[in-house]
Write a protein that binds this ligand. Structure first.
Ligand SMILES: [Zn+2]
Length: 113
C-alpha cells in the first residue's frame, strides 16, 4: 500500500506525477499533473479540507484502474461474475471488468499464467 500522499505513476504513460499550484477563476487551487505527458487530475480548490488527500486518492484510484490486471485477477473477476446469481438490479462490476485488458484475456484464453 502506498503512503497517503504518494502519487502512483501516470495511468496513461507511466510517468511521474506531482501536485502543482494552479489558479482557477482567480482562486488558488491544486491539481495533479503528469510530468511526462502533462495530463492532469481535476482541479481542487485550496479552500477545501484535505486537498492533498483528496487529490492523491483520486489520482491513485485512476492509476490503479489503468494498471494491467494479472491473469489471476482477471480469472477471479470472471469467476465471480459467472457465479453471481442474477437479480434485476444486479449489474456486473464494470469498474473491475474494464480492467480486463487484451493481454490478460489473451493469456486467459491460452490458459497461461
Ligand atoms: Zn502521463
Amino acid at each position: 500500500m502506498t503512503d497517503a500522499t504518494e502519487l502512483l505513476p501516470c495511468p496513461f504513460c507511466g510517468g511521474d506525477a506531482e501536485i502543482v499550484d494552479a489558479v482557477e477563476a482567480g482562486s488558488q487551487a491544486k491539481v495533479v499533473c503528469c510530468k511526462k505527458c502533462m495530463c492532469s487530475s481535476r482541479v481542487v480548490f485550496a479552500l477545501m479540507d484535505d486537498v492533498i488527500f483528496d487529490l492523491v486518492s483520486a489520482w491513485n484510484a485512476r492509476a490503479d484502474l489503468a494498471r494491467p490486471v494479472t491473469v489471476a485477477e482477471a480469472a477471479k473477476v470472471l469467476i465471480a461474475e459467472i457465479n453471481r446469481p442474477a437479480t434485476q438490479e444486479d449489474k456486473p462490476d464494470w469498474r473491475y471488468l474494464s480492467r480486463l485488458d487484451l493481454p490478460s484475456l489473451r493469456a486467459l484464453s491460452q490458459g497461461g499464467e
